[in-house]
Design a protein around this ligand. Structure first.
Ligand code: MF3
Ligand code: CO
Ligand code: CO
Length: 303
C-alpha cells in the first residue's frame, strides 16, 4: 500500500516520513521468524499464480476475490489480511484482495463489473499464516493489451526490481527510493508519493515507510533481519491522485493508467531475499544478478 499512515498525511496535505507507524521501532526478524515469513510470502504469491489462470475478459473482480478467499481459507489454512482490515481513519476493508483496474492506483475493491479486453489490473494479495504476513501484487493484462499498457506494466516491474537490488546491509532507504524514481521518471512516467512500501511481520503495516522516491544516502540504514515491502505505484500521466467516495479506492487525478508491483523483501547478511516468490512468479529482469545471499559459497579444498 500503501500504508495507511501515508493516507492520513494526504489529508493533512503533506507526506511526512514517520506518521502513525513511524513511532514504532523497526522489528528485526530472527532466523526462525524469517522462516515463518517465507511461508506466508510463498502462499501469497501462490494465490496470484492461481488467479493468473482466471484473469480473462468477462470475469468479475468479485469472482477473483471469491476464488482467492476460498483458496486462502480452505486450501492454505491462512487468513486474507485485507478482510475487515481497518487502520486508523479507514472503514473496514470489505473484501479479501485488492483489485485496481486501469486508472485505479491501489486499494480498488472487487465488485460485480467484468474485466474487459485491454484492461490492466493490479491484484494485491496479503495472507497471514501462523501469525506472519506475506504481501505481494502483480499486474495482469486482460486479453490483448495496448502497447502503452504493456510498456507501463513492464516498466513498473523493472522499477520494483531497481529498488530490490539496492537492498543490502549498509544501504539506506533513500537509495531504494532514488533508484526507483530515477528509472521511472527517466522513462517519462511519474511516481505516486502518497503511498509507500512498509515494514511487515506480525503486523500488516509496520515501520519503516519505504518511499518510492528519494535521495541516495538518506533515511534509515538497512540491517539484516529487516523485512519490508517495495511496491511502487507508477502513473503514465501526472502523479497526482484522489480517493473515491468508498473510502479506499485511489485513482489518478488525470485518469491516466497506473501500475503497481509488490514484493516482500528481507535484508540478509549479504544482500536481500525476496520472500514472495513462487512457481508462477515472472522472470526477473536481466539486470538482476543472482542475489548475493544465494550465491554458492566458494568450493572448499576438502572433499
Ligand atoms: N496490500 C496493500 C499493501 O500493499 C494493503 C491493502 S490494505 C486493504 O500494503 F485493506 F486494502 F487491503
Ligand atoms: Co504492501
Ligand atoms: Co499489498
Amino acid at each position: 500500500m500503501a500504508n495507511p499512515a501515508a493516507r492520513v498525511e494526504v489529508r493533512r496535505g503533506a507526506l511526512r516520513p514517520g506518521g502513525i507507524i513511524g513511532r514504532m521501532a523497526i522489528t528485526l526478524k530472527t532466523a526462525e521468524e524469517l522462516q515463518g515469513m517465507r511461508i506466508a510470502g510463498r502462499l501469497a504469491s501462490e494465490v496470484l499464480d492461481l488467479l493468473a489462470e482466471h484473469v480473462k475478459p468477462g470475469i468479475t473482480t468479485d469472482q477473483l476475490d471469491a476464488i482467492a478467499h476460498q483458496h486462502i481459507t480452505q486450501v492454505q489454512g491462512a487468513v486474507p489480511a485485507p478482510l475487515n482490515y481497518a487502520p486508523p481513519g479507514y472503514t473496514p476493508y470489505p473484501k479479501s484482495i485488492c483489485t485496481s483496474v486501469n486508472h485505479q492506483v491501489c486499494h480498488g475493491i472487487p465488485n460485480e463489473r467484468a474485466l474487459k479486453n485491454g484492461d490492466i489490473v493490479n491484484i494485491d494479495v496479503t495472507v497471514i499464516k501462523d501469525g506472519w504476513h506475506g504481501d505481494t501484487s502483480r499486474m495482469f493484462i486482460v486479453g490483448e493489451g495496448s502497447i502503452a499498457a504493456k510498456r507501463l506494466c513492464a516498466l513498473t516491474y523493472e522499477a520494483m526490481w531497481k529498488g530490490i537490488v539496492m537492498v543490502r546491509p549498509g544501504a539506506r532507504l533513500g537509495d531504494i527510493g532514488h533508484a526507483i524514481q530515477r528509472f521511472a521518471e527517466g522513462q517519462g512516467f511519474s511516481i505516486v508519493r502518497e503511498f509507500c512500501g512498509h515494514g511487515i511481520g506480525q503486523k500488516f503495516h509496520e515501520e519503516p515507510q519505504v518511499l518510492h522516491y528519494g535521495r541516495p544516502g538518506t533515511l534509515e540504514e538497512l540491517v539484516p533481519g529487516m523485512v519490508f515491502t517495495i511496491e511502487p505505484m507508477i502513473n503514465a500521466g501526472r502523479r497526482e491522485i484522489r480517493e473515491l467516495g468508498d473510502g479506499w479506492t485511489i485513482v489518478t487525478r488525470d485518469r491516466s493508467l497506473s501500475a503497481q508491483w509488490e514484493h516482500t523483501v528481507a535484508v540478509t547478511e549479504t544482500g536481500y531475499e525476496v520472500l514472495t516468490l513462487s512457481a508462477g512468479s515472472p522472470a526477473v529482469p536481466a539486470f538482476v544478478g543472482a542475489p548475493a545471499a544465494q550465491t554458492p559459497a566458494p568450493a572448499t579444498l576438502a572433499g
